[in-house]
Design a protein around this ligand. Structure first.
Ligand code: M6R
Length: 364
């Protein structure tokens, strides 16, 4: 049932090009985004004044990325909340708010409770869900499915990737209706989206290089992931992938925050994974890389092809192919997933069933 792969996690990472393509293609009609099942009128979409994205774990990280995407493309303010926090903080529900609940299983207790809380306040809820007919899919007012197919490994990979895609599509749909992107921009972005499956495949095929690198870090004690903006969001997911399956302590930090505390933890040889996919932030990131290197860190950089500047500062560079600046996380996550996987394998961990974790957290 693992289709010749050693683990479900590896199989599911390899299913990402298909999962992404299955999530994308039914919603792209020529140069327009059409989400038939959404059931929201243009008038409703135009009236949204605030979005809450609520989720747990990796689904929460997908929301962190898409805060930048919704705000940048559709110009709607977005707050991203952990479901377990949202529920208990007496959130303010104003008219024209949309709540988006993101969940692979559709059964996560805190996410479901947040959904009920929003509905009880008369706020429309859109579920972005993978499991068809799950509780969140049934109870939400609108549902958009991520067509990742069944995911078995506890550490999510393909479901996470499709959560990114579903939210890009939604942001673009909103932008299209609200007129916040031009037809040319939309056309270009659709073109970039269509290229993602092949680009993901290409990155997966680079796995030996990452495996080789990962083998050097199986005895690591702490690993830090740093980035700015959208790259901070992907750092959070990269850090979770590593720690949940390899049991190595890791933290994600907004690169600009380093010198407000974390930098004191950097020692000789500490691994820092720096993600820099946003051209406007290259310079800032490079100076953060210099800061940690001066303190002895070994820096792995994940950046766009063509960013040669970083070669002069980082110790090891992994390139991702060119795409729109809003979609880079779909590519940057692949080497980070592979890194977590190979470190865990190198340590002999049970990657598909890490200790203390359940695939679906149905208790509060
Ligand atoms: O089924 P859900 O998407 O609601 O699950 C949310 C989290 O429990 C899940 O993403 C978890 O963090 C994974 N172990 C991450 O790999």
């Amino acid at each position: 049932e693992k289709g010749g792969y050693e683990h479900f996690m590896l199989k599911e990472m390899y299913e990402q090009p298909k999962a992404v393509s299955d999530t994308l293609s039914p919603r792209i009609k020529g140069n327009r985004i059409v989400i038939e099942e959404l059931g929201m009128s243009d008038e409703e979409i135009r009236s949204i004044r605030k979005i809450y994205i609520i989720a747990c774990g990796s689904a929460f990280h997908s929301g962190m990325t898409n805060k930048y995407v919704f705000e940048g493309l559709a110009r709607i303010p977005v707050e991203v909340d952990l479901a377990s926090e949202f529920r208990y903080r007496d959130p303010i529900f104003e008219p024209d708010t949309l709540v988006i609940i993101v969940s692979q299983s559709g059964e996560t207790a805190d996410s479901l409770a947040a959904l009920r809380e929003a509905k009880a306040h008369g706020v429309p809820v859109l579920g972005i869900v993978n499991v068809v007919g799950s509780s969140i899919a049934r109870e939400a007012d609108h549902v958009m499915y991520t067509w990742a197919g069944p995911e078995i490994a506890v550490a999510t990979t393909k479901a996470y990737s499709t959560q990114l895609i579903a939210q890009y599509l939604l942001a673009l749909k909103f932008a299209q209706v609200r007129g916040t992107v031009t037809d040319e921009e939309l056309e270009e972005m659709i073109q970039d989206l269509k290229e993602l499956p092949d680009q993901i495949e290409m990155l997966l095929n680079n796995k030996e290089k990452i495996q080789h690198f990962a083998n050097r870090y199986i005895a690591a004690r702490d690993v830090f992931f740093i980035g700015r903006g959208i790259d901070y969001a992907i750092s959070m997911e990269g850090s979770l992938k590593l720690k949940e399956i390899s049991y190595i302590h890791s933290e994600a930090y907004a690169a600009g925050e380093l010198k407000h505390g974390t930098i004191s933890l950097i020692e000789d040889g500490t691994l820092v994974a720096a993600v820099l996919t946003q051209e406007s932030l290259y310079k800032k990131m490079i100076s953060n890389i210099e800061e940690v290197r001066t303190r002895g860190a070994f820096v792995l950089a994940v950046t766009n092809v063509g960013n040669h500047e970083v070669e002069k500062t980082a110790d090891y560079v992994i390139y991702i192919p060119k795409t729109n600046r809003y979609f880079t996380n779909s590519l940057a996550i692949i080497p980070l997933q592979l890194f977590g996987y190979y470190v865990a394998i190198g340590k002999g961990c049970d990657v598909d069933k890490p200790r203390n974790l359940a695939k679906s957290v149905t208790v509060e």
